[in-house]
Ligand binder design. Structure first.
Ligand SMILES: Cc1cc2nc3c(=O)[nH]c(=O)nc-3n(C[C@H](O)[C@H](O)[C@H](O)COP(=O)(O)OP(=O)(O)OC[C@H]3O[C@@H](n4cnc5c(N)ncnc54)[C@H](O)[C@@H]3O)c2cc1C
Length: 247
């Protein structure tokens, strides 16, 4: 299984878009057929390269949304003023071709070999994508690792993989916080993830939890800082930043 650091040479592979699923009004999951794909680990990402008719190329990174052993898929959120994401979320059709390079990353991964300590997964917006791969991998290998996913979305309508996340039981707790709009009668968390919310949701440090935090840079920094403030050792808090945007 590939374990590739950013910057290492990885070959560009031809990929064909397969099934496309609308997750929310602005987010799509795209299954990719990639002949020669070496397999991936839960939490890794890949690069997508698009080439226009005039030869202009654009590359962006996307977390791999599927579990190891499943067909490669990515989940893309449209940024209205972005260059690549509007194409992937609006124009790309099954059968269309693009190039991918990967899998990339050997740090923000969970292989399931550390099942004795609980998992805390914290995602903001599309930062939930690699965390979904981790939860799916946990299910597929029959791991019993107690797992909590704290997921920050603007509203319920913005929750990606909603039905799937609500279907998890048996040791997987999904806890939402809705930052902008809450439906009538909402009794869950509201507002941004802060120290008080983390103190409420996070596993006690005595259990030596392993944490994965992913989302926009400001979100990741706030959450990681909050966890360290609760006494989580930085080495047990793995982070993946999507850049200034992404939620
Ligand atoms: C490891 C990793 C994994 C990622 N995984 C995912 C994922 O699973 N799903 C996902 O949706 N995204 C993911 N991303 C983010 C993704 O790579 C893209 O950044 C995102 O799709 C936006 O690309 P874009 O081409 O549409 O926007 P861009 O054209 O790159 O623009 C992004 C934003 O920057 C602004 N901008 C662009 N140029 C300028 C400029 N010159 N000055 C000021 N502002 C500017 C735009 O207005 C826009 O709001 C990931 C990123 C990383 C690094």
């Amino acid at each position: 299984m590939a374990d590739t650091a950013v910057g290492e040479r990885v070959t560009w592979l031809n990929a064909t878009a397969g099934r496309i699923t609308n997750e929310t009004s602005s987010v799509r999951t795209i299954e990719l057929a990639v002949p020669g794909w070496p397999g991936h680990r839960a939490g890794q990402h890949l690069d997508v390269r698009l080439t226009a008719d005039d030869g202009y190329q654009a590359e962006r990174s996307y977390s791999i949304a599927s579990a190891p052993g499943e067909p490669v898929s990515i989940t893309v959120e449209r940024l209205d003023d972005g260059e690549v994401s509007p194409y992937l979320t609006e124009d790309l059709r099954p059968g269309d071709e693009l190039e991918v390079r990967g899998p990339i990353g050997g740090y923000f991964v969970w292989d399931g070999d550390d099942q004795g300590t609980p998992l805390l997964l914290v995602g903001g917006g599309s930062g939930v994508v690699p965390l979904r791969s981790i939860v799916r991998h946990r299910e597929r290998i029959g791991a019993t690792t107690p797992t909590r996913l704290l997921y920050s979305a603007r509203s319920l309508a913005d929750v990606i993989y909603h039905a799937e996340l609500d279907s998890y039981h048996d040791g997987v707790e999904v806890i939402y916080t809705l930052t902008r709009d809450q439906p009538p009668g909402w009794t869950g968390h509201t507002g941004r993830v802060d120290a008080a919310m983390l103190a409420d949701v996070a596993w006690p440090t005595a259990q030596d939890p392993l944490t994965f935090v992913c989302g926009p840079t400001s979100f990741v920094e706030a959450v990681a800082g909050g966890l360290v403030g609760l006494g989580y050792p930085p080495v047990r808090v793995k982070t993946e930043r999507f850049g200034a945007t992404g939620s």
